[in-house]
Ligand binder design. Sequence first.
Ligand SMILES: Nc1ncnc2c1ncn2[C@@H]1O[C@H](COP(=O)(O)OP(=O)(O)OP(=O)(O)O)[C@@H](O)[C@H]1O
Length: 822
Amino acid sequence: MAKKKQILKKPTVTKENKKDKKLGFLSYFKSRQAQTIFGFFLMLFAFFLCTAFISFFFNWQEDQSTLNYLTDKSVKSSNLLGKIGANLSHFFIYDGFGLAAFIIVFQIFISGFYILIKQRFAKVIISWNWSLLAMLWISVTLGFLHQKYALLSGVIGFEINDYLQTFIGKTGLAIILIFLLLTYLIVRYKVNIDAFIEKMKQKRIERAERQLEELEYSAMDEVVNESLEKETISKTEKQEVKKVKSGVELSLENLKPTISKHSDVKTAKEKLTLLIEEKPATEDQVEETVEDMNDVGIDIAIAREEESSTENLSDKILQDFGEFDPTLELSNFKFPTFNLLKQYNESISIDPEELEANKDRIVDTLKNYKIGIAEIKATVGPTITLYEIVPEAGIRISKIKNLEDDIALSLSALGIRIIAPIPGKGTIGIEVPNKKSTIVSMHSVITSKRFQESQMELPIALGKTISNETFVIDLAKMPHLLMAGATGQGKSVGLNAVLTSLLYKKHPAEVKFILVDPKKVELTLFNKIERHYLAKLPDVEEAIITDTTKVVHTLNSLCIEMDNRYDLLKAAMVRNIKEYNVKFKQRKLNPNEGHQFLPYIVLVIDEFADLIMTAGKEVETPIARLAQLARAIGIHLIVATQRPSVNVITGIIKANFPARIAFRVTSKIDSRTILDAGGADQLIGRGDLLYTAGNTLSRIQCAFVDTPEVEKITDFIGSQKAYADAYLLPEYVDDESGTSIDIDIADRDKLFKDAAEIIVTAQQGSASLLQRKLKLGYNRAGRLIDQLEAAGIVGGFEGSKARQVLVPDFIALEQLLENEKN
Ligand SMILES: Nc1ncnc2c1ncn2[C@@H]1O[C@H](COP(=O)(O)OP(=O)(O)OP(=O)(O)O)[C@@H](O)[C@H]1O
């Protein structure tokens, strides 16, 4: 894991180093020392300006005449900071923003301070932006309020004010100014109207509490007063009754005060409950408890809602800086224009005679085999015409299918394909090539609405269908593409069409290509866009790979990249690259933790057979691994081959490449290998292809893009500003090169010396030579070669080439072996 991380980090380090070197002397200005000096300078300059401004307000009238004599020594200025002070103040206050110009002073001071305390540069910029807005508002408002004192608003405030008043009048301007002020406060200081409402409610509750307390006391007072009053009354009554009837004295005495007391408390209680019940109706978060009326005090418990903060760090960054834009570094990048692509005459010419003749022949041929036709319909495409036949009732479809070759013979046309039945239609299709085929230009498919409006991740405009509709597929969904076709049938043009489609739709930040071209000529044009669109291993000169060893390294490096990306996805808790990038754009992933925007990587191998022949398993294993696992993390493979035989397209590769394109191949077997069905052997070539993504076969005429067109496109892109380097893949350390070095002399094979002599004599370091001469198995010969490498007799592994022999002759070999013994 640690090793992986190191590998992941390496490219960034090299990038930065390179940048630093380029910057050269500029790097001093990045140093802390320079920053400190600059910070102090700004703060003192602010002080200078402040003094000049204040002085200007007292002397501006006198100094006005001296402004034009800046260099004249004889003219003196009354400003405390001389003529420079007077001129600067005149510029900022009189010609500029008036009183609001003091904000500039404050801003310069703050900027200096921010630089001193190492605040982020973005923060400085943001505060300048806000201040400029505030300055404009203040100067316009001062201009509005004090039109006579133009000095307060400056020329800018005065003029804007004057201009706006003629349009919207005084009242309109006043409303606008108030609105702008409110907007500024709400956005800048995040004035929250909810908090304000909350405060108001709080105040109301407190007031109610106070009222309640007062009421309680007054109620109690009433009770006490009334009872006292009544007690006095009862006393007098008692005395009166005493005077009249001494017998009932006691009972009267006991009853009266009790009754009066009881009823009084009840009224007081009623009053209280009424108030308390009213409150929750207006304030539902407030919970109140009323204590027993026997206790004098009342306790009101208020449960307030907890304050919550919905703003987390990522939301804040998002608010301050907006969504992350991966295209920002090349924000001026222009996509290739349509006029770089050639236009052809693409109107399909329908020859009614040809159609009629073909129809007649089909009907006659089928009649010969006793197949009756109920209906026949023709659809004319760019290269072929599809005749849809509805056979008469009772005819078995397999019968027609079996007669495919006979029908083709009778129609005497190359490239007849019979589709029996057409999936989902219940008719039988016979595809017959047109005598005159129409070229489908890249221009027509790229400009088509279907392609332009497609929302696919990696859209590819492959060509046109039989019904002349543009055929657009998504590479991201495939997720890998296998392409086969005999030589000269349009494979390279097909690959170029795929690459061109992506160049027209995807920004350099969104997709990177790894191009493997063992033929060395087909993809060289793409070298020009290396720093825009290509990915490569660090420390490799050419991004386009032509050498087998480098292919092996690149594939293994891509596997490391895949593992790294999976780690990133895991850390981000997302399932695929799309979700990851969305999360990254929303600034929910911290770049300091290794997260970065992940571009799609498309690996294109132009001649796969060649690679498999020379490197075999070394290529097959990483390809199979990538094909199995890479879909979720945005690595897609396009593998093209001339020889679609089973030893090239092995079972494991086939199983992981569900999308296949077959150009014309030479045999039915090849067609079966690539498509799991016949048909590719009956195509007519020149870009005529069959595409399958696992279920149905579609016949497409591939879009034609010529080398000069590709050149123009790559020139167009290549001439624009590019990244500092190609997209760097993680470094791959070849395990094999290290193992043999440690082989002990004592553990050497008995035939070591013989082998060394053979190799030195032949000056050719190959295991097969040893196999032949010493009659050894491959494994033992391989071990011997490793031991020879450890002894310094042959050089390192060089892919398909024989190893270099480092010892020139027998004498040197004897010497070397002697030295070893000592
Ligand atoms: N889509 C197309 N429309 C019209 N003509 C085409 C188309 N594709 C290919 N051709 C013609 O076929 C020729 C050979 O095409 P291409 O170079 O792509 O073949 P290839 O299969 O890559 O051959 P090789 O494997 O030898 O490189 C082109 O020069 C062109 O004239």
